[in-house]
Design a protein around this ligand. Structure first.
Ligand code: KG4
Ligand code: ZN
Length: 341
C-alpha cells in the first residue's frame, strides 16, 4: 500500500490530506482564509502566506491524527509546487521538503491544475484515460488531453477571465456576495435561460480557447443600460435577477460544453473528465451530461468535495506520479505560473 501525505497552499486554502493509493481518502482537512480576505474584496498575497505559515504545522499533525497515521506509515510527501501565489506556494513547498528530509521520504512536486484535471479519477475504479479534461475554477479555464497521470497536454485556455471569475464578477454586479458561483447557480434554477441572449465567444471553428470578459461586460450593460456602470440595479425585481443569472449561466455553459465536445472530436477520445470549483455548477453538470450521452461519450465529473481546492487531489496525483517513477530532489522550487494552464 502506498500512503501519500498531500499539502496544498497555492492560494487561500491551507489543506493537508492523507490518501491511500490515490483513491482512499483517510483525511482531507481544509482551513479556509475566507474571512481574512473578505474585507479586502480579494485575496491579499502577504496575508495568505502568513496564514498558511500559522496553520500548516498544526494541520499536518491533525491530518495524521484523523487518518490514524504516523510518519512511518507515509510513503511520500506530495505538494503543490505550481502555479499559484509565489509566497503561498513557498510555505507548502518548504514544509514538504522539511518533512521529506526529516522522515526520509520521497518528495513529489505536483502541478495544481493537473491535479484538478485528474481529480475525477479519484472516484472511478479504472483510470479513465485517455480523456479530454475540462478544468473550470476561479483562476483557470482550460482543456487538456490526458493520456495518463504523467502525460497531460494543454489544448486551450482562457485568454482573459476564468469561468469562475466571470460568475464572481456577475454576482458582484448583481450585489449577490462572494464567492458568486454558488448563489448565481441557485438563482439560475428559478430563472429563464432564454430571457436574454448574452454573447458566446467561440473564436474560429478550430479554437479551443475561451474568453469570458465580453460576457461579463454584456451583463454589466444589460443591468445598467448601454455604456453605464451604475444606477440600473434598483429597477430589477427578483425574477429579472434570476433570469439574468440563468441567461448568463447558459452562455458560460454553452461555450464550455461546445468547446469540450469540440476537443473530444479533434483528439479522437471517448471520455470527458471535469474538475475545479465551477464543476459544481448544476447547469454545467446537466447540459454536459446530456450532450455526452447524446454523443456516446463517457463523462466523469469530480465529486463536489474534491472540486474546490483540496490536498486530497494533490496526494492522489502525487501517488500516481510516484508510481510512475517521478519524484523531486531538494531543488524543487515553487513556480508562480505555468506557460499553458
Ligand atoms: O477551484 P476553486 O475552489 O478555486 C480556484 O482554484 O480558483 O474554484 C472557485 C470558483 C469560484 O469562482 C466560485 O464562484 C466557483 O468556483 N464556483 C461555482 C460554483 N461553486 C463554486 N461557479 C458556478 N457554480 C457553482 N455551483
Ligand atoms: Zn484550484
Amino acid at each position: 500500500m502506498r500512503t501519500i501525505l498531500g499539502i496544498e497552499t497555492s492560494c487561500d486554502e491551507t489543506s493537508v490530506a492523507v490518501v491511500d493509493e490515490g483513491r482512499t481518502v483517510r483525511a482531507n482537512l481544509i482551513a479556509t482564509q475566507f474571512d481574512l480576505h473578505a474585507k479586502f474584496g480579494g485575496v491579499v498575497p502577504e496575508i495568505a502566506s502568513r496564514a498558511h505559515l500559522e496553520v500548516l504545522d498544526p494541520l499536518i499533525e491533525e491530518a495524521l491524527h484523523v487518518a490514524g497515521a504516523s510518519a512511518d506509515d507515509i510513503d511520500g510527501i506530495a505538494v503543490t509546487s505550481q502555479p499559484g501565489l509565489i509566497g503561498a506556494l513557498l510555505i507548502g513547498v518548504t514544509a514538504a521538503k522539511a518533512l521529506a528530509w526529516a522522515w526520509n521520504k520521497p518528495l513529489i512536486g505536483v502541478n495544481h491544475i493537473h491535479a484538478h484535471a485528474t481529480s475525477a479519477a479519484m472516484a472511478v475504479d479504472v483510470a479513465p484515460w485517455p480523456a479530454v479534461a475540462l478544468v473550470v475554477s476561479g483562476g483557470h479555464t482550460s482543456l487538456y488531453h490526458v493520456r495518463d497521470f504523467d502525460s497531460i497536454t494543454p489544448l486551450g485556455a482562457t485568454v482573459d477571465d476564468a469561468a469562475g471569475e466571470a460568475f464572481d464578477k456577475v454576482a458582484s454586479i448583481l450585489k449577490l456576495g462572494y464567492p458568486g458561483g454558488p448563489v448565481v447557480d441557485r438563482l439560475a434554477a428559478t430563472g429563464n435561460p432564454l430571457a436574454t441572449r448574452f454573447p458566446r465567444t467561440m473564436f474560429d471553428a478550430n479554437s479551443l480557447d475561451f474568453s469570458f470578459s465580453g460576457l461579463k461586460t454584456a451583463v454589466l450593460y444589460h443591468v445598467h443600460g448601454a455604456g453605464r456602470t451604475t444606477g440600473g440595479l434598483e429597477r430589477l425585481n427578483e425574477q429579472s435577477i434570476a433570469d439574468i443569472c440563468a441567461s448568463f449561466s447558459a452562455a458560460v455553459v454553452d461555450v464550455l460544453v461546445e468547446k469540450t465536445l469540440r476537443a473530444v472530436q479533434r483528439e479522437g477520445v471517448r471520455t470527458v473528465v471535469v474538475g475545479g470549483g465551477v464543476a459544481a455548477n448544476s447547469m454545467l453538470r446537466i447540459r454536459l451530461a446530456g450532450r455526452c450521452a447524446r454523443d456516446s461519450v463517457a463523462l466523469h465529473v469530480t465529486p463536489p468535495v474534491y472540486c474546490t481546492d483540496n490536498a486530497a487531489m494533490i496526494a492522489a496525483l502525487g501517488y500516481h506520479l510516484l508510481q510512475r517513477g517521478h519524484s523531486n530532489d531538494w531543488t524543487l522550487s515553487a513556480v508562480a505560473t505555468t506557460s499553458q494552464s
